[in-house]
Design a protein around this ligand. Structure first.
Ligand code: MGD
Ligand code: MGD
Ligand code: SF4
Ligand code: MO
Length: 651
């Protein structure tokens, strides 16, 4: 195996790529001494990484060498999970898979995969379950389902222009995004943009550090984005600043225009809870283009999530900002675009699916046949999916739940079989990025501890036990080459990727430059019917619980063990119901309650309660124990931030 070796005073430096669920997909340079990784740094030669890593991954070695890492399979015997050999564990799992398929059909087995690693090899695990079944899988997506739906619906495609094309903009709207926390390698581009005099505006109901880079900063009502975007669009139409050519590349222009004019500018601003002056100033900036909209992921995790992104798509289109350098409505970079994963057909052939946000109740309700067995790959659904207690109950009550992870997470804790797996510094894989167009190669910097296997090794060893020897006897290199078959003659072969990051040769520098869209009509499909009503708290529960990313962790994977005790909850002082900063209080929704420690911040809105996402249920730190399982308007996203809550004295 080729390793990018450079020897420097006895140490070996190895180049790999971060595979975490993050837009940045950084290049990493690891320093290895005597078989142990002693340092990891950002690859200085990677055009996006630029030599630095984020807070959470710069501290990854404490995770890598954490003594709580799992290094042998565990099998449940009564109340306890006890160590077992791989043969024992895999034989047990294989015989259950065969029995359930025989007795109830493959739809009684559910394979749940999430984003613990974004490595492309994880599609081969999906494929294994398809060849065995196909088994039941999730539909929709907890993270980006609503926005994905919106962009495909409007443009027939979901991608972005090159990241550095932002430097061709005159104005950039950062619409609901926190680059200091969740997209840190966007910061050098934004800073360069500012240096060049490009104007940056922030639209986010939460006040965060991103405001440092932006002027103006608007803090609309949560979910008020549709109203604000319609105010802007109305203003452009009124002032004659919409693109006169828009009819040639947009369908339903009249209907969209009529929606904009269904309320006055002032009414839209009021619904968004911003002043008409602020909305007018934003419209003015935006219409002085080319203007880019960077669409964050948070706002599409609300009830009108798909409509929100669709209205932003429409604003981009009618203003003439789609298909031009410096323009665009960027929600996602098509991270799998370079790869051929067509072997895995997903929902097209699945006999049954459950929308991801409804996994807990969905597993419990499924009947004829019931779901008898669940396999979890690279996810911690008990902590990260809504109604955590229901998810926990659903998994614990299956005949067998198998969890592949490297730690005893909330999910692994309730499993019947836990299989220990590699970290990103031990895995062998390929990645694309959802925040830029570079592809990367993930190589094992060190071998895993003995007793630990990659996801692929696990299915490889399981395959012959369930009658699927053939294809899964191939090695990882075979699969990587297969997935690179669309680009290996275009400068992105496996060997080229092993040498360093390569730009996806299939990605256009400016998206939709021909103004031809892969929709049915070839035009942008502007949204027609719009429900602009934002999610509202209730008189009884006046705050919307919004648990969002923190620099301290990657979802439920914390950079350092979080301190014990109640989670901090940030509210405006006037929203605290007479309680004081630092008080330990009870936070309650219709679904559940937990103790939290109050933190006051007068820069936040009075209708929001802010918490870090990723707290563990077993430590009573999990926001999802309070979040109602509900799907978004379209796309099977989750209404993660719409749950009304109130503060009560801790009795
Ligand atoms: N440090 C860190 N980085 C991460 C992650 C992490 O857990 N920790 N998670 C990763 C994952 S899974 C993903 S999907 C990506 C993206 O991760 P996300 O957490 O989705 O990233 P952002 O979109 O930057 O952040 C969400 C933003 O949406 C805003 N928001 C919430 N509601 C609304 C609303 O109604 N309107 C508007 N306009 N804004 C709203 C929040 O205030 C916040 O600024 O990043 C990844 N990066
Ligand atoms: N309330 C609330 N809930 C949220 C969010 C929110 O903002 N608020 N954010 C949502 C979003 S955007 C997302 S993407 C989801 C994230 O939800 P998950 O994807 O479930 O998030 P993680 O906690 O990162 O769990 C990933 C697990 O995979 C394991 N892992 C890492 N690498 C590998 C590997 O190679 N193989 C295997 N088998 N396991 C591996 C890790 O140890 C970790 O336990 O959560 C969602 N949930
Ligand atoms: S988590 Fe994101 S920012 Fe951090 S090292 Fe990985 S790709 Fe880079
Ligand atoms: Mo996500």
């Amino acid at each position: 195996m080729l390793v990018c070796d450079e020897f420097e005073r006895g140490a070996m430096r190895v180049r790999t790529n971060c595979n975490r669920d993050c837009p940045d997909a950084c290049g990493i340079v690891a320093t290895v001494e005597d078989g142990r990784i002693v340092k990891i740094q950002g690859d200085p030669e990677h055009p996006i990484t630029q030599g630095f890593l984020c807070y959470r991954t710069s501290r990854f070695l404490s995770r890598q060498y954490d003594e709580r890492r799992l290094t042998q399979p565990l099998v449940r015997r009564g109340e306890r999970l006890e160590p077992a050999t791989w043969d024992e564990a895999l034989d047990l799992v294989a015989s259950k898979m065969l029995a359930v398929r025989d007795e109830s059909g493959p739809e009684a087995i559910f394979h749940y995969r999430s984003g613990g690693s974004l490595g492309l090899m994880k599609h081969v695990t999906d494929y294994f379950f398809e060849r065995f079944g196909p088994t039941a899988i999730k539909s929709g997506d907890i993270c980006s389902g609503a926005g994905d739906f919106a962009q495909y619906e409007d443009f027939g495609e979901e991608d972005s222009s090159d990241l550095h094309d932002l430097l061709n903009s005159k104005t950039i709207l950062i619409w609901g995004k926190n680059p200091f926390v969740s997209n840190v390698h966007l910061l050098p581009v934004l800073r360069e943009a500012r240096r060049r005099g490009i104007r940056l505006a922030l639209i986010d109901p939460v006040r965060h550090r991103g405001a440092e880079l932006c002027d103006p900063v608007l803090q609309p009502r949560p979910g008020g984005d549709i109203a604000l975007a319609l105010a802007l669009a109305r203003k452009l139409f009124e002032d004659g600043r919409a693109d006169p050519a828009a009819t040639s590349y947009c369908d339903h222009l009249d209907e969209f225009r009529a929606s904009c004019f269904s309320r006055t500018f002032e009414e839209w601003a009021a619904l968004a809870d911003v002043t008409p002056q602020a909305a007018a100033q934003l419209a003015e900036l935006y219409s002085d283009g080319p203007s880019a909209i960077l669409v964050g992921w948070g706002m599409q995790r609300r009830k009108n999530g798909a409509a929100t992104v669709r209205v932003l798509d429409a604003l981009g289109a009618i203003s003439g900002n789609v298909g031009v350098a410096g323009g665009g409505v960027s929600f996602y970079f098509k991270r799998r675009g370079a790869f051929d994963t067509s072997f895995s057909r997903g929902l097209d052939i699945a006999p049954r699916s459950i929308p991801e946000p409804l996994l807990g109740p969905g597993l419990l309700e499924a009947a004829d046949p019931p779901v008898r067995m669940v396999w979890v790959t690279a996810g911690n659904p008990v902590a990260m999916l809504p109604e955590s207690n229901t998810v926990e109950r659903a998994l614990a009550s299956r005949e067998m739940t198998v969890v592949v992870d490297s730690f005893l997470t909330d999910t692994a804790r309730v499993a019947h079989v836990v299989l220990p797996t590699t970290t990103m510094l031990e895995d062998d894989d390929l990645v694309g990025a959802y925040g830029h167009h570079y592809l990367g190669h993930v190589r094992p910097v060190v071998p895993p501890p003995s007793g630990v296997k990659t996801d692929y090794e696990i299915v490889r060893e399981l395959a012959p036990r369930v009658g699927l020897g053939g294809e899964f006897s191939e090695d990882t290199t075979h699969w990587k080459r297969r997935m690179l078959s669309k680009v290996d003659d275009k400068g992105a072969s496996l060997e080229e990727l092993q040498r360093g990051p390569v730009r996806n040769p299939l990605a256009p520098p400016v998206l939709f430059a021909e103004r031809k869209f892969p929709t049915a009509s070839g035009k942008v499909n502007l949204i027609r019917e719009i429900d602009a009503e934002p999610p509202r708290p209730t008189a009884e529960r006046p705050l919307l619980l919004t648990a969002i990313s923190t620099h301290k962790g990657q979802s439920s994977q914390w950079a350092a063990a979080p301190s014990a005790g109640p989670m901090p909850l940030t509210v405006h002082p006037e929203a605290a119901n007479g309680m004081a900063d630092g008080d330990v209080v009870r936070l309650e929704s219709e679904v559940g309650s937990m103790r939290v420690i109050l933190r006051f911040d007068e820069h936040q809105r009075r209708d929001m309660a802010l918490m870090d996402k990723g707290g563990w249920l077993g430590r009573e730190q999990c926001a999802n124990a309070l979040v109602r399982a509900k799907t978004t308007d379209s796309g099977g996203g989750a209404c993660l931030y719409d749950t009304p809550v109130r503060l009560l004295p801790d009795s």
